[in-house]
Design a protein around this ligand. Structure first.
Ligand code: ADP
Ligand code: MG
Length: 226
């Protein structure tokens, strides 16, 4: 059983083949790092794996749901997928806690419980004292951790992170990796885009993209790096 499965997936934008015949399965408990130069298709791959986009051809199955037969992608995403965007996408008019609560409330979880869940997860990223601040009142690294908390809340089975350690110092980046790894060890599947070998070393497997194709895939027996 895989949490996400891409089979021979191609995504074109006009003449541009952002992704070209990519197949990838991620199992529960597996952390897969995606590396590759700028423009190689990493974000496109994550968007397809998270149901933010549909393939031009090929199949994508998320948590047992084939995207081709799924009308309400938003509901599938909220229930199964936690996503840390490259540009974070925090809502400026909501506090840190409210940003984290939002996907749960959209899923019908009552406000009181959603807030308790948000505070618990914000404590995990050491931001519980900043729960009632707005994004503009937080540093770049703190905002990044709010975005990560929003992706972790609600025990989703698939976590997708597009360079989540980008604006973070090394110690905070390692802390984020420890959180992602712990979710993985609890049964989630994680796809992580990173440029940094330091963070890729936490992965079970590294997939290298170039010009929209997987050019190499290697297991990472690097327990010592953790
Ligand atoms: P990466 O995340 O590795 O930098 P992307 O997945 O963002 O790469 O992009 C892969 C290729 O697809 C690039 O050539 C990019 O310009 C192109 N591309 C991505 N999204 C679009 C889009 N919405 N419209 C046109 N071209 C796009
Ligand atoms: Mg990208």
């Amino acid at each position: 059983m895989t949490v996400v499965s891409l089979q021979n997936v191609t995504r074109t934008h006009g003449e541009v083949r952002a992704l070209n015949g990519v197949s990838l399965d991620v199992a529960p408990g597996e952390l897969v790092a995606v590396m590759g130069p700028s423009g190689s298709g990493k974000s496109t791959l994550l968007n397809l794996a998270g149901g933010l986009d549909r393939p031009t051809s090929g199949t994508v199955v998320i948590d047992g749901h084939d995207l081709a037969g799924t009308a309400d992608l938003a509901a599938l995403r909220r229930g199964s997928v936690g996503y840390v965007f490259q540009d974070l996408n925090l809502i400026p008019s909501l506090t840190a806690a409210e940003n984290v609560m939002l996907p749960r409330e959209l899923d019908g979880v009552r406000t009181g419980r959603a807030r308790r869940e948000a505070l618990t997860i914000l404590a995990e990223v050491e931001l519980d004292h900043y729960a009632d601040r707005f994004p503009e009142e937080l540093s770049g690294g703190q905002r990044q951790r709010v975005a990560i908390a929003r992706a972790l809340v609600g025990e989703r089975r698939l976590l997708l992170a597009d360079e989540p350690t980008g604006a973070l110092d090394t110690a905070t980046g390692d802390e984020i990796m420890r959180l992602l790894r712990a979710r993985c060890d609890a049964g989630a599947a994680v796809l992580l885009v990173t440029h940094e070998p330091r963070y890729a070393a936490w992965a079970d497997r590294v997939v290298f993209l170039r010009d929209g194709e997987i050019v190499d895939s290697s297991a990472m027996p690097m327990e010592s790096a953790r």
